[in-house]
Design a protein around this ligand. Structure first.
Ligand code: NDP
Length: 276
């Protein structure tokens, strides 16, 4: 049976570290969370972020716009937030409703307040390894690996998923740590042939049960980023946990793995933004 990589416990530790630094720092970091429209999932995430901030002594400011507010109003708000001294981090909850250009909105956020690290300037810096902020989810994965003494150097890491927010930056962070990296996606013809080569497998697709035990090299480390809500209301990852846990050496659970670490890294990024 694989060792469970307990992201929830590690996130608790990170939050305590952030809290201690906030208490010692004399400055109250401020995070603005902007939500447009009434997407139920986004609402849940925003509430969770506000709760996390409160637990760490970070001031959170919610800005809710109706779905039909329009991109110009959203850009005006971002401009205001860029210029406010009490707000150090700005996060726009994605996805945005139809009619908004997510790219235009992200690029309007000041790179020094871009705690999601989605701005082109931050993406470029992540590519060269000369970064201010790391994107929350891939950075959370790296912290889990580090905490459990799993060094990617020299390993073959296979990342399934190539999105701009998870797959691509994840591959880069592993590359920076001297892994040999393969990125798979929906056009990869024989996914299992790729995943079976992985010493470290990161699944970031969004399809429950995609990764089964026969796709895993015995002793591999398996990181499940995905959050899939089933019809029964339960959250599952991409990985068939029970089967894969019999073959892997280490595995993240869903929930309780990467998700809590993503939230913890956001808090750390907000603290860093305040310290800049
Ligand atoms: P996207 O939908 O943007 O990307 C999914 C990727 O999976 C795409 O690159 C797609 O390929 C690839 N893909 C789709 N089907 C297959 C397949 N059958 N075989 C191989 N690859 C496939 O999702 P995100 O990257 O935003 O998120 C991925 C998952 O992670 C989701 O479940 C999301 O909810 C979760 N997530 C979790 C977070 C956390 O905190 N734990 C944070 C962010 C996301 P192609 O590019 O060819 O379309």
């Amino acid at each position: 049976m694989a060792i469970i990589l307990d992201g929830k416990a590690l996130a608790r530790q990170v939050k305590q570290e952030v809290r201690a630094q906030v208490d010692a720092g004399g400055i109250t970091p401020g995070l603005a969370v902007v939500i447009v429209g009434d997407n139920a999932a986004s609402r849940i995430y925003v509430e969770a972020k506000k709760k996390d901030c409160a637990a760490c002594g970070i001031a959170s400011f919610e800005f809710a716009l109706p779905a039909d507010a329009g991109e110009a109003a959203l850009l005006t708000l971002i401009d205001e937030l860029n210029n406010r001294d009490d707000i150090h981090g700005i996060l726009v909850q994605l996805p945005l409703p139809k009619g908004y250009s997510e790219q235009a909105v992200i690029q309007a956020i000041s790179p020094t307040k871009d705690v999601d690290a989605f701005h082109f300037e931050n993406v470029g810096k992540i590519t060269t390894g000369d970064y201010i902020f790391l994107p929350c989810t891939p950075a959370g994965v790296m912290e889990i690996l580090d905490h459990y003494g799993i060094d990617p150097a020299g390993k073959h890491c296979v990342v399934v998923g190539r999105s701009n927010i998870v797959g691509k930056p994840q591959a880069l962070l592993l590359l920076h740590r001297h892994a040999t990296v393969t990125i798979c996606h929906s056009r990869t013809p024989d996914l299992a042939a790729m995943t079976r080569q992985a010493d470290i497998l990161v699944a970031a697709v969004g399809r429950a049960g995609l990764i089964t035990a026969d796709m895993i090299k015995p002793g591999a480390v398996v990181i499940d980023v995905a959050i899939n809500r089933g019809e029964d209301g339960k959250i599952r990852g991409d990985v068939d946990f029970d089967g894969v846990a019999e073959v892997a050496s280490h595995i993240t659970p869903v929930p309780g793995g990467v998700g809590p670490m993503t939230r913890a890294v956001l808090l750390r990024n907000t603290l860093k933004a305040a310290q800049l």
